[in-house]
Design a protein around this ligand. Structure first.
Ligand code: MCN
Ligand code: CUN
Length: 798
């Protein structure tokens, strides 16, 4: 379904026709993908290349007594068996995590989660490496595993991280935000308070392409080249250099085409380090590519927050205060991928879209015998958890007060004239118009009709109940500013380098890294808009640290807010210089030259027929440059955003709940998003569709589960369920436009909004179908049996 605004939009070019801002330019990169010419890590083949297979622990918690690789080495095609001892020689047995913890590359002493990396087998092909891995004999002394944060913090829980000097329990850190005293005061004075405990289960980003690399040490140039699945090639280059001791100018990271990242490809994993070490030692290229179960069981997971929320309000539903307490499971290492000064990510944005007087949050994080991780999966650093908490709590409060959940939101929204707005936990929202987005969504959803239908079904004791769920979320994306946000100390700016060729086409190099978001198209559109060039005449390059300007990569929907700004500023620098060249070519004074966005040309003020295009100017820059300027036409910008951007939206989900089976059907799914000025509406819609699918996966089926022995029981696609086309309904998408006041082109990010915003709308809908019988919460994933249980408890089953 398309936007309701004035019916379907023209297929291409709805602006000035050159493929600038707001035009539905078809994706330039798709020709390569749909003709089978994509180039992913596993497509890379090098002469003399070896293959790496990792030997993994079957136990979650065990001491390693002995590793014997001799039977593996006896196989013809096996070249080497590596253990922690071999890596120790090169100082590579451990690596730093992004949160300053130290993770084993290969286990030296004690295994801390199932499938942890214990040894590596290097062989001439992948099958031989796998055969070799099966022959490596490891003797384990099995220990009691600690599964679940609550159990981990019990007094008698086995200590997982005994190797750390200051660690005699499984507690990692405590964190606090807001004003406890002020919040207690509004709670004491409140007419009503509500409380609900809710778990945001452990998820996995599960990109279709798993993680992998080809490491190639060149002893001739003393240079390490690593082609890898990286969302942040430059940051990874710096970390690689720091960990390996190879000088940074001798490290080249290349991200070729990346088959989905969703946050999974932000951290560095042991496999990368092992492959690089093996290539260095053996002086041959080494490929390592994970299998699906390795990806789900060992690489960065998401969420795993056990949250208790409380709201205080007046009896007419004015929210006065919010409290939240969280128990966070970080797995065996603190390896969350987020700005280092934010141990709980941006979770403290939990006041959401509402003007709330006082707020307080606290959190305790624990080590458990499970894979490390903690933020990835389309989340903007824990905003997903924060949005889930507040949007669920508003529904709980609405039910308590018997108020319409749309109405209670309206009564509490930050008013549109209150921006810039500082929240109770200190965030500076740039712009918003929440009521407008909600009104639009209500209209698109035919809200009143479904409320009536819901009532009718209840009165008729119908077999299928109707539930209507709303989420009016606010996102925060676009980290920096560099002074607040860094990765391993590197400030989170981003960059663009624009070079216009003598024949009038251009190459834009950016520091961010597309994983499917369509940057090769949308970044070209920014340049097309700013320079009056045709979008087809601009090539966007990314992902090679030897040629691209330094950037912090793509995650947290930061590409548009940060690198998009850098691209616009670089283009404007080029435009400034172009003006002087235009003056020279048109034989006019520079102050008389005007840029006309509509025609994409420069002309002499008052004489529009005396005009010149960027192509002609480009020729002038190289073939007839004015004496006042250097030859050439290029510019670079490193952009440190003054603030983050705050996209938002209202989602309305209407479900039918089957009282006999507990099955949930989506009757209607409305998503109204506001990401400020829109670069490419078609790409935005694709982002929304994909993100909503992931939101449905989250709410309905995805869960990395463990049994009491620490076995990952939800660690492959038989057990970790992803939604397919069958589970995904049609979406009705709409939009409002509230530009970001501080962004050069007024744009905010959008990639994460649908995954952040939709799970509470879906849970609110299922709860809403049963709330007349007193149901206040259903835990995710809301599988049919979980929903049936809730129906049964409320005596609603047939
Ligand atoms: N866009 C636009 N106008 C705007 C905002 C964005 O046209 N006002 C376009 C952008 O130009 C870009 C796309 O929408 O082409 C997403 O932009 P943005 O919101 O800036 O997000 P990023 O490009 O930084 O992508 C990151 C975000 C995250 S954090 C995850 S996780 C995620 C997501 O994007 N992973 C994805 N979407 C994904 N889509 C695909 N196909 N694959 C992934 O791995
Ligand atoms: Cu948090 S998942 Mo995206 O930011 O790469």
């Amino acid at each position: 379904q398309h936007d309701d605004d004035g019916g379907p939009q023209p297929e291409k070019h709805c602006g000035h026709g050159r493929g600038g801002m707001g035009e539905e330019v078809t994706r330039k990169e798709d020709k390569r993908f749909i003709t089978g010419r994509g180039n992913y890590v596993d497509d890379i083949k090098k002469p003399r290349m070896l293959h790496c297979e990792i030997v993994r622990s079957p136990h979650a918690h065990a001491r390693i007594e002995d590793i014997d690789g001799s039977r593996a080495m006896a196989l013809d095609d096996v070249v080497a068996v590596l253990t922690a001892d071999d890596l120790l020689e090169h100082g590579l047995a451990t690596m730093p995590t992004l949160m300053d913890d130290t993770q084993d590359v290969l286990v030296n002493d004690k295994v801390k989660f199932q499938s942890q990396e214990v040894a590596a087998v290097i062989a001439t092909d992948r099958y031989a490496a796998k055969d070799g891995a099966e022959k490596v004999e490891v003797e384990y002394d099995v220990l009691d595993p600690v599964i679940g944060a609550e159990e981990a913090l019990e007094d008698d829980a086995p200590v997982i991280r005994e190797e750390l000097d200051d660690q005699d329990d499984n507690h990692i850190f405590d964190w606090e935000t807001g004003d406890a005293e002020a919040t207690d005061a509004v709670f004491d004075a409140a007419d009503v308070t509500v409380e609900e405990q809710m778990e945001y289960q452990r998820l996995h980003p599960a990109p279709i392409e798993t993680c992998g690399c080809v490491a190639d040490w060149d002893p001739g140039d003393d240079k390490m080249t690593v082609h890898m699945t990286s969302q942040a090639p430059h940051a990874h280059r710096t970390l690689f250099s720091q960990v390996s001791g190879i000088p940074e100018h001798k490290v080249r990271i290349v991200s070729p085409d990346v088959g989905g990242g969703f946050g999974n490809k932000v951290p560095i994993y042991p496999g990368y380090v092992v492959a690089a070490a093996a290539s260095y030692v053996l002086e041959r290229p080494v490929k390592w590519v994970e299998e699906r179960s390795e990806n789900i069981q060992t690489t960065g997971f998401a969420r795993d927050y056990d949250m208790t929320g409380e709201l205080a309000a007046t009896e007419n539903g004015e929210i006065k205060g919010v409290k939240v307490d969280v128990l966070a499971d970080h797995g065996a290492y603190n390896a969350a991928a987020q700005p280092s000064k934010f141990p709980a990510g941006f979770f403290n944005i939990f006041t959401g879209s509402y003007d709330i007087e006082a707020a307080h949050g606290s959190l305790t994080a624990a080590y458990t015998n499970t894979a490390p991780g903690g933020v990835a999966y389309r989340c903007s650093f824990r905003v997903t958890e924060a949005v889930y908490l507040i949007e669920r709590m508003v529904k709980v409060l609405a039910d308590e007060l018997d108020l319409d959940p749309a109405e209670i939101r309206r009564r509490n929204f930050i008013p549109s004239d209150a921006f810039p707005y500082e929240s109770a936990t200190g965030w500076n929202y740039d712009s918003g118009d929440y009521e407008k987005a909600l009104d639009k969504a209500l209209e698109m959803a035919d809200y009143d009709h479904y409320r009536e239908e819901q009532q009718r079904r209840i009165e008729e004791d119908a077999d299928k109940l109707i539930g209507i769920g709303i989420s009016s979320f606010t996102e925060v994306v676009g980290a920096g500013p560099g002074k607040q946000c860094d990765i391993a100390g590197i400030e989170m700016f981003d960059s663009a380098d624009l070079r216009v060729n003598p024949t009038g086409n251009a190459v834009l190099r950016v520091g961010v890294q597309t994983q499917g978001q369509g940057h090769e198209t949308t970044f070209a559109q920014i340049i097309a808009e700013e320079l009056g060039m045709d979008v087809d005449n601009i090539v966007v390059e990314h992902g090679d640290t030897d040629t691209e300007p330094y950037g912090l990569g793509t995650y947290g929907s930061r590409s548009t807010p940060v690198a998009g700004a850098a691209a616009a500023v670089a283009a404007r620098k080029v435009r400034d210089k172009a003006k002087s060249i235009a003056a020279n070519e048109l034989e006019a004074a520079e102050e008389d030259i005007e840029w006309d966005r509509e025609s994409g040309e420069f002309h002499v003020a008052g004489a529009p027929e005396r005009s010149i295009t960027i192509t002609e100017i480009a020729a002038g820059a190289y073939m007839n440059h004015p004496g006042s300027e250097e030859p050439g036409l290029e510019a670079t910008n490193y952009y440190d955003p003054p603030e983050m951007t705050y996209p938002f939206g209202s989602y309305i989900v209407i479900v039918e709940v089957d009282r006999e089976t507990g099955e949930v059907d989506f009757e209607k799914f409305v998503a109204v998003d506001d990401c400020g000025n829109r670069i490419n509406p078609m790409i935005i819609e694709g982002q929304i569709h994909g993100g909503l699918a992931q939101g449905i996966g989250t709410a309905m089926m995805e869960h990395v589960t463990y049994d009491d022995n620490g076995n990952v029981t939800g660690g492959d696609f038989m057990n970790y369920l992803l939604p397919t086309a069958k589970e995904i309904p049609n979406f009705d998408t709409g939009h409002t436009v509230t530009p970001s006041p501080h962004h050069p082109i007024g744009a905010k990010g959008v990639g994460e909004s649908p995954t952040v915003g939709s799970p509470p709308a879906i849970v609110n809908a299922v709860v809403d179908a049963m709330s007349h019988s007193g149901v206040s919460h259903v835990e995710m994933p809301m599988t049919p049996d979980a929903v049936w249980e809730a129906l049964d408890e409320a005596e609603l089953t047939l």
